[in-house]
Design a protein around this ligand. Sequence first.
Ligand SMILES: [Zn+2]
Length: 252
Amino acid sequence: MPLYKTQAVVLKSMKLSEKDKLVTFLTETHGKVKCVAKAARRLKSRFGASLEPMSHVSLIYFGKEHQELYRLNQCDIIQSFQEIKESPDLFYTAVYFLELAGHFIVEGHPEPEIFRLLVRSLQEAGKVGNMELLCRLFEFRIMAHAGYTPRLRKCIVCRREPQSLWVGFSYNQHGIICESCFDKEPVETRIKSGTVSYLKKFLSLDLNHVHRLKIPKELEAEIESITHRLVLARLGREMKSYPFIRQMAEWV
Ligand SMILES: [Zn+2]
């Protein structure tokens, strides 16, 4: 039977029987993978704490190709992200990242760029002060990796680069509209050209430098209106963890 070795992030871990666990992994090379972890519920399990959700692990599992359930052979922690699990603010945002990644990474379809975005964002979560910004960047990048980058350079109607302070945005047509074309295409929201510049930066920014990026307060709501609504438009629903993030943002 083939043996597979890959890196993964633990998405879910649940009781399967008295002794066993059913664990869902987002793997780097095989998409979403479900494994039976034999005797993982024993106190002295050989898997230790490696099956806790959010852990970044190195994984060996086996089974026939394209089957639904694999058997877990070995799971070693690369990073446990303990600091995230101990802070409610970081925790809910990280759960949101996991939920979103779990939506785009499906069984049998590897999405290595989304996997790396997830791991890098979890690594940065412990370092950045502004989770809001990391959240916006994650939303925008995951949409881009999944093939939904809006057109931000030229107007979707006349194909010219807008010169004005304000531009329109169409979620439907997935791009910006210059002022002179406002009457030709429904403008669903108006945003400042500064917001467009930050969205462009989100696509190219090295995640190592995310803590250096400062977003002017007055643009934050506009940026969220684009990144979060793009996610909603694509998914058709809100992720379960999102209301918790909003609540945390009001408390801190
Ligand atoms: Zn135009």
